[in-house]
Write a protein that binds this ligand. Structure first.
Ligand SMILES: NC(=O)c1ccc[n+]([C@@H]2O[C@H](COP(=O)([O-])OP(=O)(O)OC[C@H]3O[C@@H](n4cnc5c(N)ncnc54)[C@H](O)[C@@H]3O)[C@@H](O)[C@H]2O)c1
Length: 338
């Protein structure tokens, strides 16, 4: 059977998935194949050649896709996010780790049969970092990719381990066999900060307080932020996250000096976020009601990351700094929506 060339995207019905498939559809003629446990939002079906509603843990589905398509690239977005993962850690491990292993082994198989590397994008997170607490967080400032890799959440553990699995398949797989060096997964990962979209409201993440505050204000609903006012962590707009993925995946192999990159845009405190939301929605009722467990998670994440490697290697620059994010993207987008 002739296999049809294509690009596989998992987690297509998620926040990043929606943005990524519309962006990829604009820039490639290749067929896009989506896989998500939820039925894809009908508004996004036009971007995909085939949309599969199924579980990344279901081998039958993956085997079928593997035999029908020849993938040049896999964007593996499907995951259980940080807050949700703390409520069901064993399930999170299955989806986030076993699911990623399934996709990586499919990539290896595809690389072997194509005789060419398969590009593999993995969205990691600042949850891979684990700081001892607020004192350390305030003292150290922006941290680089190799520092403080002591995750405190199941989600962070899953992400860090999957970065390592991807690196293994890209660099060391079959090192003891005659096939060494012949099967290649061109693995590339970004450690995203919290992401803010003007279009979709997130669920299940621990950086959700920033987008939730904004969406509640636009809807006219009161909102209690679940972290303290002084809480600071890096954020980025969703369009910048999508641009980051596309840029990293387009970068020539020789300019990539690492397989996993930090990227950053801005890092306001929760109080500064509130102030900026109020500037456009002066009647918004935004209070603070701290959830200690979620606060502890954010206190273990860095207040900023060092994005020098991404900048130097593939010229990463966010389009939106803090003010541009609100003035040019979030406020106009959100006003249109509500
Ligand atoms: N949004 C952020 O702030 C952020 C930050 C860092 C990293 N990430 C990572 O980016 C990726 C996408 O995030 P998102 O914000 O779009 O999340 P999301 O929760 O909006 O989307 C995840 C998608 O995966 C699907 N999914 C979950 N389990 C599945 C399974 N077993 N089989 C098939 N599909 C399944 C869900 O139905 C959902 O549509 C995730 O890997 C996430 O960890 C997101």
């Amino acid at each position: 059977m002739i296999r049809r060339p294509g690009i596989l995207i998992t987690g297509t019905n998620g926040e990043i998935g929606h943005g990524l498939i519309s962006a990829l559809a604009r820039q490639t003629d290749e067929h896009l194949i989506g896989l998500d446990i939820e039925e894809l939002d009908p508004a996004f079906k036009e971007y995909l050649w085939e949309s599969v509603a199924g579980n990344i843990l279901d081998r039958t589905i993956l085997d079928r896709l593997n035999s029908q398509y020849e993938f040049s690239a896999i964007y593996h977005l499907a995951a259980l996010l940080s807050t949700r993962a703390e409520f069901s850690p064993a399930t999170a491990h299955q989806v986030n780790v076993d699911g990623t292993l399934n996709l990586l082994t499919m990539a290896v198989d595809q690389a072997r049969t194509r005789g060419q590397p398969v590009k593999f994008f993995f969205p990691s997170s600042i949850a891979v970092y684990g700081l001892a607490g607020l004192e350390e967080k305030n003292r150290i400032g922006a941290i680089s990719e190799e520092q403080y890799l002591f995750p405190r959440t199941m989600y962070g553990c899953n992400k860090l381990y999957c970065e390592m699995l991807g690196t293994y398949y890209a660099r060391h797989y079959q090192q003891l066999t005659a096939e060494a060096g012949t099967t290649r997964v061109d693995f590339r990962a970004l450690r995203f900060p919290g992401l803010i979209s003007a279009v979709t409201a997130p669920s299940g993440g621990t950086s959700d307080y920033a987008p939730e505050m904004l969406h509640a204000a636009a809807r006219g609903s009161p909102y209690d932020c679940f972290v303290r006012e002084d809480t600071t962590m890096p954020f980025m707009t969703m369009p910048d996250a999508i641009r980051g993925i596309l840029k990293l995946m387009e970068a020539p192999r020789q300019s990539i000096t690492r397989l996993v990159y930090n990227i950053r845009a801005f890092n306001p405190s929760a109080a500064r976020l509130r102030e900026r939301v109020l500037a456009d929605f002066p009647k918004a009722r935004i209070g603070f009601a701290v959830d200690q467990a979620r606060q502890a998670m954010v206190d273990s994440w860095p207040s900023d990351v060092d994005g020098t490697a991404a900048h130097n290697d593939w010229d990463w620059q966010p389009q939106h700094d803090f003010e541009a994010a609100f003035a040019e993207y979030l406020i106009p987008g959100i006003r249109e929506q509500y």
